[in-house]
Design a protein around this ligand. Sequence first.
Ligand code: FES
Length: 322
Amino acid sequence: MLSFHSKKGDKKVLSPDEFHFIRELTFAIRNKGFDPKEFVKKGDSYLFNFAEKNTSGIDEKRRNFLKAMVIGVGVVTVAGIIPGLRVLVPPNVSAVSSFPKSVLLNSSGSPLKASSISVNSPIIMLFNYPLSGEPNFLLNLGDSSGKPVEVPSSTVTVPQTGDKYTFPGGVGPNKSIVAYSAICQHLGCKPPFIHFYPPKYLTPAQLTAPEPDTLTAEALASAKSAKAPAIIHCDCHGSTYDPYHGAQPLTGPTVRPLPTVLLEWDSSTDYLYALGSLGVGIYPEGANGVPSKNPTVDLSSNFGSSVGDKTEVKEAENPFSS
Ligand code: FES
């Protein structure tokens, strides 16, 4: 489950069912005639009736959750952002306690050894977590000479809200391994449209290279000023994220960092485990990972079911020659 706090510091918990419910409700709000004026006038009862009619149903648990959510976010805030993706979305997910603990497996089905992950690999390594339709990058970060870099804990700011949370830093033998959602938090583009650019490819020469061909001078400059030897960059509209600092946005249009996947490294076995997610995690997704022109359509996409206690790391398309 996800726990988060509102600006008042209240603690709240999101179970997978609540996550599913939020997505269902958000889709309904955007597509099934939700009337913001009625909501302002009638308050919670309007929202409850609407949810009852337009989702798979609300039992007492969901009703209490919705109530707590509205109180936590603030009715005025909710009214101000309806209809929109951010409705009922926690402003700052800060910790996770009961998502599945999933061991990362290699393509042979054996636990992946942390020390086997190449530093600055141009090959995108992805695993789904916590749901089967949610891909994440697995990165072993290094400096420009290819030496692993210890990734320290840092404070991540959500530009959209100004909220902050603590990114715990890297894990593994060199504390250099991190994992982030591979769904761009602007409009939901997924690999191969969002890339990890190793230091070798974060150069002016890449601006005119044929593949991938959308690195911008602005992204390069932002990486330089953040002292980030490598970046995650989205081809779709140019969002850039700093993998050395919790996937903090470096350039827009994204207004949210990529959510972090919390990892645990067992030093006795060298195995890696995904434990949960950290950050603001909601986004539309379209066919083949490219958002459609009508983002409301994307919200009908299915994020799948829990991956359970294991998830396979796959080597995705390699946009670079080596
Ligand atoms: S979806 Fe990534 S920048 Fe727009």
